[in-house]
Ligand binder design. Structure first.
Ligand code: UDP
Ligand code: UDP
Length: 462
């Protein structure tokens, strides 16, 4: 079905890799439907946008990011470049002063059919309302995490201790702990700035036209339905966005393969299954934790590709890399995670459970060893292990979901995932779900249909 070219959509992702990359994919999905796109960012992020979208005719507009904000180094316009995630609220609140620039640009772009702006860019709702543009919020969260976060208010009132499992009303088969919830939801007394910010974002979402979810109905229908029952704004499951990503053929053939793909090719030729290890663009690892990962990987004796943010490396790696050189590769550059996950040699993913990583792993049919670290990743881990059963979990030394992980807590689960029965079961399940994910975005699939419905509704053609 071709939509008329007069539909114009504005996208404004939050300034972090995890919130931006899926919006690039969404842009491509909309472009495939002959929709004109304008995407907003800031000057320092512009090169990343321009590189990633260079093969498209998407209009990129950058608006100035506020300067001289206490704690935020000059030139830092992305949360993955912040010295610490404790600056998150300052950073997010700082974006509010971009509003006049955004509105000036919007005015020059009218008519705009609808806009998809990040849930953290709370203030964009007012801008949307000012020009009568329907706004869809996007957080990059699953319907399951959205549903559980919604329930947090009622379930967390009880006097449970942080690690005591409790049943969740409406979902009898699930048990959660207080520690599975992100900090603003489990703050007991002092409702700090992060709590206030979160509440503001939730209220703005409920007043928006809807919520765009990077997931598909078959994966979490119960939770998607629940979100729609409890919220005034409708949730639209139109993902997985990453399923759209197919680099142009001629580019694939002419470009030289990156070193890590060549290495994976060798592993595949030798029939050696590889564990991919990566914790996203935000997670902060302590030097002690870092050390345990090295020991765990070494003792597990599996083949692995470990992608580490340069800033997370606290000591030289040379000796370790030397010891594991026949079966392990450590990368400190940006990699194409989706290309890695879809490589035939990769049979497991030790992941921090950022939602993009989860959904990318599902699409690539790779089972997950869950090691949640922050944000809603603990809820994602519950979903992976206990709800959709596509993985196992690392073992913390004190049994708390937020506890320290010693090498033993990694070594055993790594072996189980890569060699054990549980790993085989997870592999079988992820293969089934992966097929459903791809089918959801194909013509006629549930996500394809939901997006059709949304576009029709908003372009007055419903
Ligand atoms: N990513 C990547 N290369 C890297 C690091 C990350 O392509 O070297 C991508 C990854 O594929 C995913 C996103 O960055 O799309 C990270 O999002 P996620 O939700 O997994 O984690 P976050 O970084 O937000 O914690
Ligand atoms: N990078 C890139 N594309 C991206 C993100 C990062 O090419 O989308 C490069 C970036 O320029 C740097 C490296 O990957 O050379 C690591 O990026 P980042 O600053 O996020 O991580 P850091 O090493 O600072 O922890």
């Amino acid at each position: 079905m071709a939509s008329p070219p007069c539909i114009h959509v504005v996208l404004f992702p939050f300034m972090s890799k995890g919130h931006t990359i899926p919006i690039f994919d969404l842009a491509r999905i909309l472009l495939n439907r002959k929709i004109a796109i304008t995407i907003f960012t800031t000057p320092a992020n512009r090169p990343f946008f321009a590189n990633s979208l260079s093969d498209t005719n998407i209009n990129i507009i950058d608006i100035p990011f506020p300067e001289n904000i206490q704690g935020i180094p000059a030139g830092v316009e992305s949360t993955d470049k912040l010295p610490s995630m404790s600056l998150f609220v300052t950073f997010a609140n700082t974006t509010k002063s971009m509003k006049p620039h955004f509105e000036k640009a919007l005015q020059s772009l009218l008519p705009i059919t609808f806009m998809v702006t990040d849930g953290f860019l709370v203030w964009t709702l007012e801008s949307a309302n000012k020009f009568g543009i329907p706004r869809l919020a996007y957080y990059g969260m699953s319907a399951f995490s959205s549903a559980m976060s919604h329930s947090a208010g009622s379930v967390l009132q009880t006097e449970v201790s942080d690690d005591e499992p409790f049943a969740v009303p409406n979902f009898p088969s699930i048990k959660l702990t207080r520690n599975d919830f992100d900090f603003p939801f489990r703050e007991r007394e002092s409702k700090g700035p992060l709590f206030e910010f979160t509440m503001e974002a939730i209220i703005a979402t409920s007043k928006s036209y809807g919520l765009l979810v990077n997931s598909f109905y078959e994966l979490e229908s119960v939770y998607a339905d629940y979100c729609n029952r409890i919220s005034t704004s409708k949730s639209w499951c139109v993902g997985p966005f990453c399923a759209v990503h197919e680099p142009p053929k001629e580019k694939q053939e002419t470009l030289e393969k990156p070193s890590y793909i060549k290495w994976l090719d060798e592993m595949l030729e030798q029939g050696k299954p590889v564990l991919y290890v990566a914790f996203g663009s935000q997670a902060e690892l302590s030097p002690e934790q870092f050390k345990e990962i090295k020991i765990g990987l070494e003792k597990s004796e599996v083949n692995f590709l470990w992608v580490v943010r340069r800033s997370a490396i606290s000591e030289p790696n040379d000796e370790f890399e030397n010891r594991v050189k026949n079966r392990g590769l450590v990368m400190t550059e940006w990699v194409d995670q989706r290309e890695i996950l879809s490589h035939g040699s990769v049979q497991g993913f030790l992941s921090h459970c950022g939602w993009n990583s989860v959904i990318e792993s599902i699409c690539a049919k790779v089972p997950i060893l869950a090691w949640p670290m922050m944000a809603e990743q603990h809820l994602n881990a519950r979903m992976i292990v206990e709800v959709i059963k596509i993985g196992l979990r690392v073992e913390t030394c004190d049994g708390s979901v937020r506890g320290f992980v010693k090498w033993e807590g990694l070594e055993k689960p790594i072996r189980k995932l890569m060699e054990g029965e549980k790993g085989k079961e997870a592999m079988k399940k992820v293969k089934e779900i992966g097929v459903a994910a791809i089918n959801a975005v194909k013509e006629g699939g549930t996500s394809w249909q939901a997006l059709n419905e949304l576009i029709h509704e908003l372009s007055g053609r419903g």
